[in-house]
Design a protein around this ligand. Structure first.
Ligand SMILES: NC(=O)C1=CN([C@@H]2O[C@H](COP(=O)(O)OP(=O)(O)OC[C@H]3O[C@@H](n4cnc5c(N)ncnc54)[C@H](O)[C@@H]3O)[C@@H](O)[C@H]2O)C=CC1
Ligand SMILES: O=C(O)C(=O)Cc1ccc(O)cc1
Length: 363
């Protein structure tokens, strides 16, 4: 795997985005904001229209010969057909896609596609549990990894064009082989998705009163389980080999965990929990840097208009840089908890600035 700096974010020429859903419309918004001319196409005309209204481009058809780039942002099952059609319809364009799984698409085009030199796959490692253009954001890819998967037949100019897209979306390019990519996403994306789904699935037959006890941990773990099952059936199905290998390893680990709980005197449970802590520390932090252990300052905020604004103004005045925020709502009391992640060296100053002005910081 190689990581490198963006080369250029300059528009490569008229661009067509096929599939104006969450990812396609977000790419459209980012490229349009960077000065690119983007034409939007979608099997559902209403999606293209909504995306255009949000600033993702225009629904006016492109002149095929003038198009220099096509981004296929459609569900995995239809990707090979859409890419093939695009290579024929736009004879002077580089074609990329944003699909979550890469090897199957390339293999299905390999023997039948004479113009494969103009196709270079890619995969932005950013998105959400939502679908459709309404949830698009121009800043979705900022500072996020965007994998580019060149192959033996891809033209260097086509790779450069995809690098320009990544740069214009202000993401961080990582070059990878399709098989290595698919093995990696099985562990960092597809397995976590399934663990989230299994946890969320356990909630279906729990009494409603018990759900009042749900805290931020449950919300963190289950957020991605809310994703479109139709899309994820396709993602997981097209990477089934690598995902099955992950699941079999988790299956073995579950046996260890069950035994550890059955035999507490062995202290094996402690070892399993510590192994998890080590794993969390390996997740890179912001901008691809090593993860930093931030301090969390949790502030009680009353459920009333303007409270958040007042608190944010105070935090701004304190001069302390906030790395991340999260809000948890108390289901019973009319308060919320704003968690501010900061450099441990600045924690005391922030706590002082907040408590001096009468706010309550959780111990
Ligand atoms: N959802 C996510 O967080 C991420 C998704 N991806 C990948 O991006 C691709 C798109 O996913 P989303 O934007 O989430 O889905 P989405 O459901 O929000 O958007 C897909 C769009 O494609 C359109 N479409 C479907 N078939 C079409 C066809 N044959 N021709 C033209 N338009 C067609 C749909 O009408 C829809 O507007 C998928 O391949 C997915 O694996 C990649 C990174 C993140
Ligand atoms: O919502 C999130 O946190 C995600 O991780 C979204 C996501 C979904 C599918 C991908 O192929 C890449 C990213």
């Amino acid at each position: 795997m190689t990581a490198s700096r963006p080369v250029t974010a300059e528009p490569v020429g008229p661009t067509v985005i096929i599939g104006a859903g969450l990812v396609g419309a977000s790419v459209g918004c980012a490229l349009t904001a960077a000065g690119w001319l983007v034409h939007l196409v979608d099997a559902k005309a209403s999606h293209a229209r909504v995306a255009a209204e949000l600033g993702a481009g225009t629904v006016t058809p492109a002149v095929p010969e003038e198009v220099r780039l096509v981004v296929a942002a459609v569900p995995p099952r239809v990707l090979p057909g859409v890419i093939s059609d695009a290579l024929r319809t736009y004879p002077n364009a580089t074609v990329t896609d944003v699909g979550s799984v890469k090897a199957g698409v390339l293999h299905s085009l390999w023997d039948s596609e004479p113009e494969l030199g103009r196709y270079v796959g890619s995969h932005p490692m950013a998105g959400s549990q939502h679908s459709g253009p309404m949830t698009a954001r121009a800043d979705l890819f900022v500072d996020r990894t965007w994998v580019i998967t060149p192959h033996r037949r891809s033209a260097a100019a086509a790779v450069d064009t995809v690098r320009a897209v990544v740069a214009a979306c202000r993401a961080r390019p990582v070059i990878m082989d399709v098989d290595d990519h698919d093995a990696a996403v099985a562990r960092v994306s597809h397995l976590p998705h399934l663990m989230s789904v299994l946890t969320a699935g356990r909630l279906n037959d729990i009494p409603a009163d018990d759900l009042l006890l749900a805290g931020q941990g449950l919300r963190d773990v289950t957020r991605i389980a809310g994703s479109d099952p139709g899309l994820w059936e396709q993602i997981l199905g097209s990477n089934s080999g690598a995902v099955l290998s992950e699941l079999r390893q988790v299956h073995d680990q579950l046996q260890v965990l069950i035994k550890a709980l059955e035999q507490p005197e062995t202290h094996e449970l402690r070892a399993v929990l510590s192994h998890g802590v080590t794993g969390t520390r390996r997740i890179p932090g912001k901008h691809g840097r090593a993860a930093v252990a931030y301090s969390r300052v949790v502030v009680q905020i009353p459920d009333e208009p303007g409270a958040l604004g007042r608190l944010f103004a105070l935090v701004g005045e304190s001069g302390v840089n906030v790395e991340d925020i999260a809000i948890e709502h108390d289901q019973v009391r009319e308060v919320g908890y704003l968690s501010l992640s900061v450099d441990p060296a600045t924690e005391a100053a922030l706590v002082r600035a907040i408590t001096d002005r009468g706010w309550t910081v959780e111990p």
